[in-house]
Design a protein around this ligand. Structure first.
Ligand code: PZK
Length: 286
């Protein structure tokens, strides 16, 4: 996009400025596993993520306004309102896994939430919890407690992002579970517009911002297969790769299987054929 300034990079996405008020978010087909971006791309992954995010933005705008202005014809780019971003990753956990499970094993709590004793890995929590983290430029985000989060954004804004994050999670987790997908946890990023209103930004309820588990295979007491990346992880584990860059190249069957899982998640959640999305991205917005 030579007419626009590059303003940021994520691991697998790029951000460009259209003008003072608008950005373009481009989702690539790159995939990361064990925190390493692989050389092999997954065709259509960027379209799946962009379409899913658009789907959720439209269906959650009764909970909170969001930054989406429109989807581009390529299906992988979205135009967004430019905001002042909050320096907080807003994580909601409905199940105890990942860093939350590690915290619980060590201390019986995570991000200041005391949890019941006797939880097993991947258990559903009695109620979803808000576990904010800080944005780390390099490496992993760091879990913080509500007191630290309050220092970053102020008491009133923290109360608002907690309430909105929990409401978003309850809505999407219920929609997804009814369609065979557990959203174990999820991460939001919020910004503030020129009038001081809270606005949901980034991408929401995509497999890159959330842990999706196939509900049919859910078994508590162990770590769960990821809906989208399990073939990639299993293949990488089978090689005995040491998980440092550069990662392995993926064989065609692993690429095809992984692409099929992304498309399956898209179609289950949106109830829209992926081919229809490719022909007309705005189909997810109607
Ligand atoms: C913004 N990021 C992180 C995400 C990247 C980088 N609506 C917005 N207004 C202002 N800033 C941002 C957003 C959004 N979303 C998001 N950094 C700035 C990020 C995706 C790709 F390269």
């Amino acid at each position: 996009m030579p007419e626009t300034a590059h303003v940021g990079s994520g691991k697998v996405r790029e951000l460009y400025a259209l003008d003072d008020d608008r950005l373009v978010l481009v989702a690539s087909d790159r995939i990361s596993t064990f925190d390493v971006v692989l050389a092999t791309e997954i065709p259509d992954k960027g379209r799946v993520l962009t379409g899913l995010a658009g789907f959720w933005f439209v269906r959650t705008n009764w909970i909170v306004p969001n930054h989406l202005l429109g989807l581009r014809e390529d299906g992988r780019s979205s135009e967004c309102r430019r905001l002042e971003m909050l320096p907080l990753e807003c994580v909601v956990r409905g199940y105890i896994t990942g860093s939350g499970w590690k915290d619980y094993e060590a201390t019986g709590a995570t991000s200041g939430h005391a949890l019941p004793t006797g939880l097993r890995e991947s258990d559903r929590l009695p109620v979803p919890i808000f576990t904010p983290s800080t944005k780390a430029d390099e490496g992993h985000d760091e879990n913080i407690d509500l007191e630290q989060a309050r220092e970053l954004v102020g008491a009133d804004r923290l109360e608002e992002v907690e309430r909105v994050s929990l409401e978003l999670y309850r809505f999407a987790a219920e929609h997804a579970l009814a369609r065979g997908i557990i959203i174990a946890d999820t991460k939001f990023e919020f910004g503030v517009d020129a009038e001081g209103r809270l606005v949901l930004a980034d991408e929401a309820f995509t497999p890159d911002s959330s842990r999706f588990w196939p509900a049919a295979e859910y078994e508590t007491g162990k770590s769960q297969p990821s809906f989208d990346k399990q073939f990639v992880r299993d293949y990488c584990e089978s090689l005995g790769w040491d998980k440092t860059a550069p990662g392995p190249e993926l064989p065609d069957d692993v690429v095809a299987g992984t692409r099929a899982r992304y498309v399956e998640a898209f179609e289950k959640l949106t109830e829209i054929p992926f081919d229809r999305y490719v022909a007309d991205p705005e189909a997810v917005l109607r």
